[in-house]
Design a protein around this ligand. Structure first.
Ligand code: NDP
Length: 481
């Protein structure tokens, strides 16, 4: 069976322990490859390789750094089919989603920062004829980049690309649940001729490899995307070492639907914002609040469309809902459906495992689920489920729905549906989330800052904010007389 390798100092290498972890294909529920079960020795080799490479990479002209990133982007585009297939098998997501969203966006990340760095400027401030101050932006050092399993290559590249563009070298750890596209990326970097040690990818478990990276004195900066609990742990290790920290964490995103919305557009987009990638996108809207006058109509239409979604093998073109990422994750999602029932919730559709038959019968499939009749503050409506499960709830007044929407510890994203532009802007202003979509979902200009507030994270990624994060500002003040 295929064994993945770590990518350290420009080479593909086995873990020092020679120990491996099973890698599951969630669509079949079977092991299909093995991942290095790396330990602190592998992490240390990677960190030292990145440290050694930093002295030359950080002064490599940005035009040359840009060329490497653009080369990687074009190789990802060339290998789109192979990467999409790998991601679909690794993650359980429908192949068409990997082909049209995840992999093209991973290429776009390298392209965006490969060009963005050429236009990144710093400030100068004149004190008239007394002095001039200017700000140098210098790469911080070795960046530790840790990413989750839901959008494996996309989120991995979202960190790595700006770090490399800014002149940092990188030690990266993909989620051990979905390591395959990160492995293929290491092959792509070798093909692109990326100098050795500039990017190092170490596979393995979070508590071993992740902890080694976060706790290393040679890694002054951590960019982490994952769960809020893991983020809190990372912050507790990194904060006393005064590391630069960016945390992109969980969400419990509200979707607010007013009666005056464009109903058809709202309904089709709400299907996506609820169930795309089996609801395993941090930006999915999992709490849907509907103005009372259209609640019954929305409920009937939403349930009918949801029941019509095809749950099946990710490689089948008809499939809209693939497998969730792992057996423990499936069990966690289903345990929340049970909790919802205990809390008085009424399951309108779904709520159970689906057996899709044939060679995929042991895969991890859940019917898309809609639940009503829950209070806004029950656990089901407060905790992140991260699966194809949404709750619906009517509201009458704007202040009331804002209170519901803002009631969780999370503040990642929200969606507002209305044709009244004044109301839309007022509601956006009052939502406690880092991102607000009005009459759309998941639309993004990569130049905008990305991230959440409250327990959804600290710091912003995306745009030039990411280049700010991977560089340190140094103010130089020159006296003129
Ligand atoms: P986890 O927090 O479990 O894991 C994220 C990454 O951290 C993985 O690579 C994991 O490794 C690693 N890790 C685990 N423990 C440690 C540790 N002690 N030290 C360092 N690293 C560690 O999240 P999931 O992978 O389950 O991802 C789902 C979560 O990610 C959801 O909460 C989701 O909302 C959030 N997310 C947030 C986004 C955002 O932009 N705000 C975007 C996408 C997802 P391993 O896999 O080996 O455990």
């Amino acid at each position: 069976m295929f064994k993945l390798k770590n990518y350290i100092n420009g080479e593909l290498v086995n873990p020092i322990s020679n120990q491996y972890i099973d890698n599951y294909d969630p669509s079949r529920g079977t092991v299909y490859s093995h991942i290095p079960d790396s330990d602190e020795r592998d992490a240390e080799q990677a960190i030292q390789a990145a440290k050694a490479a930093f002295s030359s990479w950080s002064i490599t002209p940005k035009e040359n750094r840009s060329k490497y990133l653009l080369k990687i982007a074009s190789l990802i585009e060339e290998q789109l089919d192979e990467l999409a297939l790998a991601e679909s098998i690794d993650n359980g997501k429908p192949l068409h989603l990997a082909k049209t969203v995840d992999i093209p966006r991973a290429a776009a990340n390298f392209h965006f920062y490969g060009t963005g760095i050429l236009h990144y400027a710093a400030h100068s401030h004149s004190m008239e004829d007394t002095a001039i101050n200017y700000t140098l932006r210098q790469p911080v050092g070795v960046a530790g980049c840790i990413s989750p399993w839901n959008l494996p290559l996309y989120l991995f590249s979202w960190k790595i690309a700006p770090a490399l563009a800014a002149g940092c070298t990188v030690v990266a750890k993909p989620s051990e649940v979905t390591p395959m596209t990160a492995y293929l990326l290491s092959e792509i970097c070798i093909k692109a001729g990326l100098p050795k040690g500039v990017l190092n990818i170490v596979h393995g478990l979070g508590p071993k490899i992740g902890n080694s990276i976060v706790g290393s004195k040679d890694v002054p900066l951590i960019s982490f995307t994952g769960g809020t609990k893991t983020g809190a742990h990372i912050a507790s290790v990194a904060a006393p070492m005064f590391k630069k920290l960016s945390l992109e964490l969980g969400g419990k995103n509200p979707n607010i639907i007013f009666a005056d919305c464009d109903y058809d557009k709202m309904l089709s987009t709400t299907m996506l914002s609820s169930f795309a990638n089996q609801g395993q996108i941090c930006l999915c809207g999992s709490r849907i609040f509907i103005e009372k006058s259209i609640y019954e109509k929305f409920k009937a239409d939403f349930v009918a469309k949801t029941e019509a979604l095809v749950v099946g093998a990710p490689l089948d073109e008809k499939t809209k809902i693939g497998a969730v990422v792992s057996k423990p994750h499936m069990e966690k999602i289903l345990s929340y459906v049970e909790l919802a029932k205990q809390e008085g919730g009424k399951v309108l559709c779904g709520g159970k495992e689906v057996k899709v038959g044939g060679e995929f019968n042991n895969g991890y499939y859940i019917a898309p689920t809609i639940i009503e009749n829950l209070s806004y503050d029950c656990r089901t409506n407060q905790e992140e489920i991260f699966g194809p499960v949404v709750t619906i709830m009517p509201f009458e007044k704007e202040e009331e729905v804002l209170m519901y929407a803002n009631s969780t510890q999370y503040g990642l994203a929200s969606t507002v549906w209305t044709q009244d532009i004044t109301k839309a802007n007022r509601v956006a202003m009052n939502l406690h989330t880092g991102i607000v979509w009005i009459n759309c979902w998941l639309l993004r200009d990569l130049r905008t800052p990305f991230g959440g507030v409250k327990s959804s994270g600290v710091g912003r990624e995306g745009g030039f904010e990411a280049l700010d994060f991977f560089t340190e500002p140094k103010n130089v003040c020159v006296k003129l007389k």
